[in-house]
Ligand binder design. Structure first.
Ligand SMILES: NC(=O)c1ccc[n+]([C@@H]2O[C@H](COP(=O)([O-])OP(=O)(O)OC[C@H]3O[C@@H](n4cnc5c(N)ncnc54)[C@H](O)[C@@H]3O)[C@@H](O)[C@H]2O)c1
Length: 347
């Protein structure tokens, strides 16, 4: 029986907590044994408030069936674990992941993989050295509407891509009610909007199109001590016009995300949870996406995939450490472009 633990039971950790419980009930081939959070109050289970990704229950959870820790090292020392899911502040992902892999654990770390390329590289090196499994929560790779887009681009069913615009933003809960120690809005811990939120679209763009020749990013720091809370990047690819925008500061506006992709034979438009395909002289239609993943939620699918790979002894091929490290490389180029207000080329 595979044994897993969760570290960090904040906003996103609560969602993983719920999903790990659901998957252990459903699959019966792994046991969710331990939970760690430095904030002891959260381990009481009372802290199940609403969050942007967990629109669910406010009710308290009974935590008595888990081994509870406030110290990550102690949990690694005392528990006989196969894997850990990390949903801690971004600057802790890499140090915790490296430690866990060195101890023989497989690691699922939240995105962004790390707060800089040095730590992202250390994570990949630790994965190679230890041979453990490493996966990063770049959840768009498990998100049905984005998987559909990937299939359309790869299959060429609607011809080549002419243009694409990706967006993400809204006045988020973590801005209105700062998370643990307000880390998310600190440049050196969470990296600001570019690292924390736009990383999803940067990862998607790399997945769809590979590295661009260069990037031009305009950014604005809205929250003191943060960085690039509002930003727009133009990605320089031959023959395609590709842009992405992120805004974590638009007061009052609800969190939203989407894309508009212009192909030779159709336009794909995804907004407010609705995907439509527009072809010339035809009514737009919403494709059936249900067969693309086992679960509707990408957060459930990604953890299920991570557990599957361990049970079946297969390689992690989606949202790997190396893919996530490349995404941090792209993000760093965007941050540099924003700081310099000039195009940054990528070799
Ligand atoms: N995939 C997604 O869509 C998505 C969405 C939101 C957040 N995230 C990512 O998840 C991570 C966590 O974000 P969040 O919004 O849940 O933050 P949060 O501050 O709400 O939660 C972080 C938790 O980690 C705990 N923690 C802090 N230091 C610790 C330590 N040393 N040991 C153990 N626990 C510690 C905190 O007490 C807190 O409960 C971030 O990297 C964020 O970017 C991903």
């Amino acid at each position: 029986m595979l044994k897993g633990a969760l570290t960090g039971i904040g906003r996103l950790g609560r969602l993983h907590f719920k999903n790990l419980n659901m998957l252990s009930e459903l699959r019966k081939d792994f046991e969710f044994v331990a939970v760690c959070d430095i904030d002891e109050a959260k381990l009481s289970g009372a802290h199940f408030a609403r969050s942007n990704v967990d629109s669910g229950d406010q009710k308290a959870f009974d935590m008595s069936r888990y081994h509870l820790y406030t110290d990550f090292d102690e949990m690694l020392e005392k528990e006989d674990l196969d894997f850990v899911v990390l949903a801690v502040p971004t600057d802790l992902h890499a140090p915790f992941a490296v430690k866990a892999m060195e101890k023989g654990l497989n690691v699922f770390s939240e995105k962004p993989m790390a707060h800089n390329i040095e730590w992202a590289t250390k994570m990949v090196e630790a994965q190679k050295r230890t041979g453990k499994k490493l996966m990063v929560g770049q959840c768009l790779r498990f998100w049905r509407e984005y998987l559909y887009l990937k299939q359309v681009v790869e299959s060429g069913v609607y011809g080549k891509v002419n243009s694409a615009h990706f967006w993400r933003g809204g006045y988020q809960d973590h801005v209105a009610n700062p998370s643990y120690q307000g880390w998310i809005l600190k440049k050196e811990r969470g990296g600001g909007g570019l690292y924390d939120q736009h990383v999803h679209d940067a990862d998607l763009i790399l997945w769809l199109f590979g590295f661009p020749n260069g990037v031009f990013t305009q950014g604005k720091t809205v929250f003191e001590g943060s960085a690039d809370d509002v930003m727009l990047t133009t990605y320089l690819y031959p023959g395609m016009v590709i842009t992405a925008r992120d805004d974590t500061a638009c007061k009052g506006f609800p969190f939203s995300y989407g894309y508009e992709v212009g192909l030779e034979l159709a336009t794909l438009y995804f907004s407010n949870g609705k995907l439509q395909v527009w072809e010339e002289h035809k009514e737009p239609f919403s494709p059936d996406l249900s067969g693309l993943t086992k679960f509707q939620s990408a957060y459930e699918s990604e953890l299920d995939y991570f557990i599957d790979a361990q049970i079946n002894g297969t390689e992690i091929a989606r949202a790997t450490g190396e893919q996530a490290r490349d995404t941090i490389r792209l993000i760093e180029a965007e941050a540099k472009s924003s700081a310099l207000t000039q195009i940054v080329t990528i070799d």
